[in-house]
Design a protein around this ligand. Sequence first.
Ligand SMILES: *Cc1c(COP(=O)(O)O)cnc(C)c1O
Ligand code: SF4
Length: 342
Amino acid sequence: MRYIKYNDTTIRNIEIISESLHNLIFVSARYPVRLTGYYAGLIRQPDDAIWKQCMPDARELEDQTQCPDPLDELILSPVPGLIHRYPDRVVLLVSNRCPVYCRFCMRKRLVGSGDAPMGEDGLHNALSYIAAHPEIHDVILSGGDPLMLNDASLSKILTGLRAIPHVVIIRIGTRIPVTFPERITPDLCKLLSTFHPLYINTHFNHPDEITGDSATACTLLADAGIPLGNQTVLLKGVNDSVDTMRDLMTGLLAIRVKPYYLHQMDLVQGTAHFRTSVRSGLEIMRGLRGHISGMAVPHYVIDLPGGKGKVAIFPDDVEINGTTLLLRTYTGEQVTYHDLDA
Ligand SMILES: *Cc1c(COP(=O)(O)O)cnc(C)c1O
Ligand code: SF4
């Protein structure tokens, strides 16, 4: 006769499963839940770094203090779906869908919501705005995930942008190499390579996300001549340790992805349980600089509430006394450096 042995592990697993089902039902009513089989397959055990990023958590509903749009992206949108915060560059929200809804998402207010992604009219209005503003040189496709669009829709948007002579740089922000790498097909890469200079910033947060499949996706993109950067979000309990961050950043360089930004968590409602202190972030930065390849060290940035923009912050390693600088090296040694008079 077969029977289930109720040892401590089975009981704990049953508790985890019922808690997860409870969270799934209650949290998903407010914030959508979606997973790919591939990304779920990276989970090794309940509550590990992958689990925390994608499985709904009851604390999402408890966060009542932070606001849905702390960066004032809506106020900074002259036309729907286009954010114009800096003089020479804009963000175009071309999709509100992603293969996996990250629980810490900065656009939790809109990803996976019922509204259709930017339609024909929306795209036309956004392109007209860009065409009418010759100071815009850099357009960032974001969302949601732009690569959720099919190749034909992407091609239409990119062709529209390339028809505007003052648009020099096109960037795509996408987490698809991490969450749904099979979307990066040779056909897609071929298509993207016809719109150079085109850059992709992807979004790896943990070394467990660097797999054979995600590496292959990045190789295909890099071989299409697309420079790859990475934006990591500093997440409590996921990647807020020096060892994890060193493995992540050096691992990314090894798959031809250049770490670009390390983001301090935005103060977005529903994500407060991921927040770390800036002091601990600076401590991590101190553990990177000098200890690993400089190529692997990202800029640590805070995107200021109220749409004031990103500010890069650095460990406090310089003391300035007139023309005498006291500098602290990565090993902690204090070295004096003499500056020019003027
Ligand atoms: C981050 C961001 C950009 C791009 O900033 P870079 O520092 O050039 O990467 C542009 N517009 C908005 C609204 C942003 O949030
Ligand atoms: S992939 Fe990006 S936009 Fe989509 S849910 Fe994750 S963080 Fe948000």
